[in-house]
Ligand binder design. Sequence first.
Ligand code: NAD
Length: 474
Amino acid sequence: MLNVPSQSFPAPRSQQRVASGGRSKVPLKQGRSLMDWIRLTKSGKDLTGLKGRLIEVTEEELKKHNKKDDCWICIRGFVYNVSPYMEYHPGGEDELMRAAGSDGTELFDQVHRWVNYESMLKECLVGRMAIKPAVLKDYREEENKVLNGMLPKSQVTDTLAKEGPSYPSYDWFQTNSLVTIAIYTKQKDINLDSIIVDHQDDSFRAETIIKDFLYLIHIGLSHEVQEDFSVRVVESVGKIEIVLKKKENTSWDFLGHPLENHNSLIPRKDAGTEIVKPYTPVSGSLLSEFKEPVLPNNKYIYFLIKIYHTGLFTPELDRLQIGDFVSVSSPEGNFKISKFQELEDLFLLAAGTGFTPMVKILNYALTDIPSLRKVKLMFFNKTEDDIIWRSQLEKLAFKDKRLDVEFVLSAPVSEWNGKQGHISPALLSEFLKRNLDKSKVLVCICGPVPFTEQGVRLLQDLNFSKNEIHSFTA
Ligand code: NAD
């Protein structure tokens, strides 16, 4: 569990209080004030050298970064590359170097409990320390004990677990404002389609599909949390992180108490269950020369569907044969075509299959909006192979000079020389330049929930009004 930094600054017994004039400060070079540091962190410069990627850091890896120009320090489980900060550190470089390549938590607490180091070093965050196997201990061994002083193990599932996959476990940690629940599925092929998270008032429930089983966490939280939350998956290690936002920035002593079927592994009883999922219809192609296949009644709906092989729904779709039936509802949604009236600049931010609503928007915009001057699509994907309709997009941009397309990869191979990383202020502020100061603008955004939420926040920070943003949510 992470401890929350004390709000008392300097800490009661820190050297800053002990030495009457405060801890000795080293004269900083010109241009190295706190304001200069803040400016640098907001410049969009890659301060970690990892291009926005967060990694899991092993102890061996941490130890390697112990030089002034390559200095990583771990504070409360998070690893920071502090080399860019060296010259801005009021305590001097030598003080920072005492913790180079190691866990500096204790040293930091003794010397200068930075109240706000998390935000100060945000752009230097390399990632989290990899969890040691001891922490990942099988939950069944925890019988009648508590994990992190938190929850006793549920009794319901021992027999089932014996027949099932290796037993998952979970852990939690907190910062001042967030609580993260980490689920260790012990399966490498977990993805976002395998998780259902639900929380109402103080009851928190997360269901994870693991092979033919459901792993259930069900907790009455000890404190209130806000409605929105985010979920991320580290596929390579099968870890799921659910990040909840505290309503009040207080330290939690324990996560909560177990509710029915908490921490249990249950066989999936999905046979005969009706599954409903929204999909956005697309057109057959982005290019006008595409000819629709001629079939008897000439009625088609096109969908672009990504098959998540370990998911609940898409493998079923994948198994459908020609002649099988699926029920399709009437259309839903709140996008109004009137948003395009007099539109001059259209910006599209799409991630993964979040590209699908952009297909018809692109078709429509380029043929039916006379006032349109520019359409820019920024398309975020993990790898080049994931880019849907790449060659069609490139052809269309070549044919129609009003269209610009940029691909951004979050997990590219080293040869990729295009843009990299996740949605960020730096990427957006460069991309979202209006044609004219007062041109009529619309930004459409669609992708994984955390992507869309973060994008909308960034757009608001960049002073786009509510009317100028349309976010598609599944
Ligand atoms: P993915 O996992 O392949 O990720 C694509 C890109 O999204 C990544 O490269 C990254 O840039 C970004 N991304 C992913 N997780 C992020 C995070 N936590 N924070 C910031 N950026 C992140 O995406 P996918 O598997 O293709 O999933 C697409 C999502 O879009 C699905 O969740 C789907 O439900 C949603 N979607 C919604 C609609 C709609 O609302 N109408 C339509 C289509 C798709």
